[in-house]
Design a protein around this ligand. Structure first.
Ligand code: NAD
Length: 479
């Protein structure tokens, strides 16, 4: 494995790349080695004011840029992302830890969001509505909502910024984005592509800082007209309150605890082997991950055996090594959380079939872990694990399985495996989740609306639905 270069880190405000200078900085740590690889500048109050003013003045420029031009800049930026995919993917693996092949895939999918929404920019149409009064013409227009404040987490450092930026820019909005401080280089690399593709200065600012201070300042500013956040439920709730104070709409993509219903008529091996791969992808730090495997009782022994066997075969290590399938957790916090969730479940009677502890080597590595016989009182039955722990439990009838699947306030993703068309229809209807996979785990696509229900959030970030949150309706009634 050759030594890889980690990019310098900046704030990007009003078209200028700002070095740390006298600003405070935070360490960026490679989670596979625990070594500091860079320092990210933290925005001062003056930086945030500059960013707000730039977003405000550029909004008029950008919303008046014709859709074809906006689309071209976004497509040119996507082309640069594709050209630079290997470099950006390496940055992502260095700072986030995920295997290089997953990082490459993520960069390409981020580029696809820019391409998709570039096309959507050209389809922001309106309506002419017949009036009940003679001689009155009624127009309905959809216009860019205004400058956006967006907050994205460390686990998908390309795709979560891409979903927000692409839709907002296509709509004609200017944006201030605060990506996760743990994985800043990836978002900066995307911003560089947009800058070099000709995005007018001030239309996009990328800032880092103390998250709570940045969100408090940006959301309270009258300049910001729309908020978008991906992250945990408690932070989502806090940002909702802040947005509500200024009566600003907010799109929230929060946590999940994805149930998988495996019926005894399904291809059990496919559900088990694919389930292990899906559960431990991204070291389990994926909001739409399958976490609670509910298996119909007669298929339970086979599923458990095959799931555990597939888990034990996973190759764990530094994501820069090509054959690695599972990288480290993102940070020490995550490691401590996994250890405490397992200890709590075991203390209450759960059995660990494989894994269960930190791996004795540098880096935040935790063994892919499979738990059975977990009592309902265990924390992991209620809290999103957001790490490499799978819970397997049996169920009897469809109604019991559905009740367990829908028990939690989370409702982001859910999965079901069955060869019975009636069962597939019933679970598709009955599962409370924004995104459902039947007989498959890899379900996300640019052209589909990405988002959850209940406490997993609201608003969809892809598909034809994705651009609407960045537009506002206006009617003009003319006589
Ligand atoms: P966290 O909620 O502290 O942080 C998540 C992200 O939100 C970080 O990037 C952080 O910078 C940002 N953030 C935190 N407080 C903020 C604030 N006051 N204002 C603006 N942004 C803020 O969680 P964590 O410990 O970093 O991650 C673990 C938990 O986060 C998981 O249990 C999971 O629920 C959740 N999470 C969810 C997603 C997702 O894709 N839905 C992604 C990452 C984390």
């Amino acid at each position: 494995m050759k030594q890889q270069h980690y990019d310098s880190l900046y704030l990007f405000i009003n078209g200028t790349w700002l070095e740390a200078g006298s600003r405070d900085t935070a360490a960026v740590v490679n989670p596979a080695t625990e070594k500091t690889i860079g320092r990210v500048p933290l925005a001062t109050a003056d930086d945030l004011e500059l960013a707000l003013n730039a977003a405000n003045s550029s909004f008029n420029v950008w919303r008046n840029t014709v859709p074809a031009k906006r689309a071209q800049i976004m497509k040119d930026a996507a082309a640069l992302m594709r050209q630079r995919a290997e470099h950006i993917a390496t940055q992502m693996t260095l700072e986030e830890g995920k295997p290089l092949h997953e990082s490459r895939d993520e960069v390409l999918r981020a580029a696809e969001y820019f391409e998709w929404f570039a096309e959507e920019a050209r389809r922001i149409d309106g309506r002419v509505v017949p009036s009940n009064r003679p001689g009155v013409q009624q127009l309905v227009k959809r216009q860019a909502i205004g400058p956006v404040a967006a907050f994205t987490p460390w686990n998908f450092p390309a795709i979560t910024p891409a979903r927000k930026l692409a839709a907002a820019l296509a709509a004609g909005c200017s944006v201030i984005i605060k990506p996760g401080e743990e994985s800043p280089a990836t978002a900066l690399a995307l911003a560089r592509c947009l800058d070099e593709a000709g995005l007018p200065k001030g239309v996009l600012q990328v800032v880092f800082g103390v998250p709570d201070q940045v969100s408090a300042t940006l959301i309270a500013s009258p300049i910001i007209r729309k908020v978008a956040f991906t992250g945990s439920v408690p932070v989502g709730r806090l940002l909702s309150e802040r947005a509500a104070a200024g009566v600003k709409p907010i799109t929230l993509e929060l946590g999940g605890h994805g149930p998988v219903l495996v019926f005894d008529d399904a291809d059990i091996e496919a559900a088990a082997v694919g389930g292990a791969a899906n559960r431990f992808r991204g070291t389990g730090q994926i909001c739409i991950s399958s976490t609670r495997f509910l298996i119909q009782r007669s298929a339970y022994p086979q599923f458990v055996e095959q799931f555990v066997a597939a888990t034990k075969e996973l190759t764990i290590g530094d994501g820069l090594t090509e054959e690695v399938q599972v990288g480290p957790l993102a940070n020490q916090r995550q490691l401590d959380k996994m250890a405490s969730l397992v200890a709590d479940a075991v203390a209450q009677g759960a059995k660990v079939l494989t894994g269960g502890k930190r791996i004795d080597r540098p880096g935040y590595f935790f063994e892919p872990t499979v738990l059975i016989d977990v009592p309902m009182s265990a924390r992991i039955m209620h809290e999103e694990p957001f790490g490499p722990i799978a819970v397997l439990l049996p169920f009897d009838q469809l109604a019991d399985g559905l009740a367990e699947a829908n028990r939690l306030p989370y409702a982001l993703s859910a999965y079901a495996f069955t060869s019975n068309a009636r069962t597939a229809l019933d679970v598709g209807d009955g599962l409370e989740a924004g995104m459902i996979g039947i007989n498959q785990y890899r379900i996300i696509a640019t052209e589909l609306p990405f988002g959850g229900m209940k406490e997993s959030g609201h608003g969809s970030e892809g598909g034809t639905e994705g651009i609407g949150h960045y537009l506002t309706n206006k009617f003009i009634s003319q006589i």
